[in-house]
Design a protein around this ligand. Structure first.
Ligand code: ADP
Length: 386
């Protein structure tokens, strides 16, 4: 019995309600018994007040005399009074106890049924059924807990879907270069492919692509980890832009793309991690160079806007259609999958890493494009150091 009560919230609630009702009844009984003699005395005195007495010789007069002089008569009268009062108290007490028991049973059932529903749903979620939700009725704290529970279940469902997508994406990304390497090596073994420098160079290029993908994935897991820490220091935006331009002028020249920049020296400083911000910016400029045909132009500019420092990377390249714009920061998202893999070996992770870095600085990153063939502009907005 005790073990049952200990392990059931409903039983605990019911017993606690019952204990309160019993204590209330005991206090009521004890208090009324203590107050009974004085209330009886008051009642009798009022009855025998001269104003309420009949002339001498009448029966009521006799009653008053009896009450004052005859102790036995007085005691009997008190006993009758108390018995009548106790009868009334017992009936009222039983009626109150019955009502309270029924009500406390209903209330404790109401509380425990919601808790039990959440516990059952949590159990099903623990076995992998992430679509589980509980019914939310009312606006009290338990209903609040139920809606928080549903929110948590929704987040778990999202995370699980993301995890599955990630595994599918990673295995797909790894399979492509692996299949190419496997095909070349089998061709070499069977003698179908010549053991030439060209074949080895092809295998080498695929292994490099594989290595780059693994590096990107490691970098992504680093910047997306909750423990990802940035070392903030005061940075001059102009110096940041100049460093990126210096780094990227080689690749731009080799692709025949003109690189321009504009960053006034008097721009306010920002607080940030120099290496990480250079990494994010380099990724944007590198993409702009990659996706701009020979003879095109890439321009990097910095200016302050609405209390932020805004850096833009504009290109006259392939552009991005409106349907792709909301997705290009998603991991593994590539607009033209075959082209980017063959030409740049891009894995579709660079922009995801850039976004994680910018957001770790409390900033925003986004892209705009008038459409395919009309170039695109990538923006980074970072809070200005106060
Ligand atoms: P990737 O390594 O494939 O370049 P990113 O995450 O850097 O991966 O970019 C994701 C996709 O966004 C690219 O594959 C490309 O389709 C598109 N993209 C990025 N930058 C540009 C740009 N400047 N112009 C056109 N498309 C771009």
């Amino acid at each position: 019995m005790i073990a049952y009560i200990r392990s059931h919230l409903g039983a605990k609630l019911f017993i606690s309600y019952l204990a309160i009702i019993l204590i209330a009844l005991v206090v009521l009984g004890w208090g009324s018994q203590a107050a009974l003699p004085s209330s009886f005395e008051r009642h009798m005195l009022r009855m025998m007040a001269p104003a309420n007495m009949m002339p001498a010789g009448d029966a009521p007069h006799m009653f008053g005399w009896q009450y004052r002089e005859n102790l036995e008569f007085r005691t009997q009268l008190f006993r009758d009074y108390r018995a009548g009062f106790n009868d009334a108290l017992r009936i009222a007490g039983l009626a109150a106890l019955g009502t309270a028991v029924v009500l406390s049973f209903i209330v404790s059932r109401g509380v425990t049924s919601q808790v039990q529903a959440m516990s059952a749903a949590a159990g099903r979620i623990a076995t992998g059924r992430y679509t589980e939700r509980v019914h939310v009725a009312g606006t009290d704290e338990l209903s609040g807990l139920a809606s928080r529970f549903n929110e948590m279940a929704g987040k778990l469902e999202e995370v699980e879907a993301m995890r599955r997508r990630l595994i599918a994406d990673v295995s797909h990304e790894l399979r492509t270069p692996l299949t190419a390497i496997q095909g070349s090596v089998e061709g070499l073994i069977d003698g179908v492919l010549p053991a030439s420098n060209e074949t080895y160079a092809q295998i080498h290029a695929e292994t490099k692509r594989l290595g780059r993908l693994v590096e990107d994935l490691q970098e992504l897991s680093r910047v997306e980890a909750p423990s990802f820490a940035i070392e903030k220091q005061s940075l001059a935006p102009a110096a940041l832009v100049k460093t990126v331009i210096k780094r990227m002028s080689g690749p731009a020249a080799s692709r025949g793309v003109k690189l321009e920049w504009e960053a006034p020296a008097e721009l306010p400083e920002i607080l940030g991690d120099q290496d990480r911000l250079l990494q994010a910016l380099s990724n944007l400029v590198n993409n702009a160079i990659q996706y701009t045909p020979e003879g095109g132009l890439v321009s990097v500019a910095a200016h302050s806007s609405n209390g932020d420092l805004q850096i833009s990377v504009r290109d006259t390249g392939l552009g991005i259609s409106a349907e792709h714009l909301p997705h290009i920061f998603d991991r593994f998202y590539r607009i033209d999958k075959s082209r980017s893999r063959q030409e740049s070996g891009g894995s579709g992770i660079g922009l995801t890493i850039a976004r994680a870095i910018v957001e770790a600085h409390g900033g925003r990153i986004w892209a705009e494009s008038p459409g395919p063939g009309k170039g695109s502009t990538f923006f980074i907005a970072l809070p200005i150091a106060s």
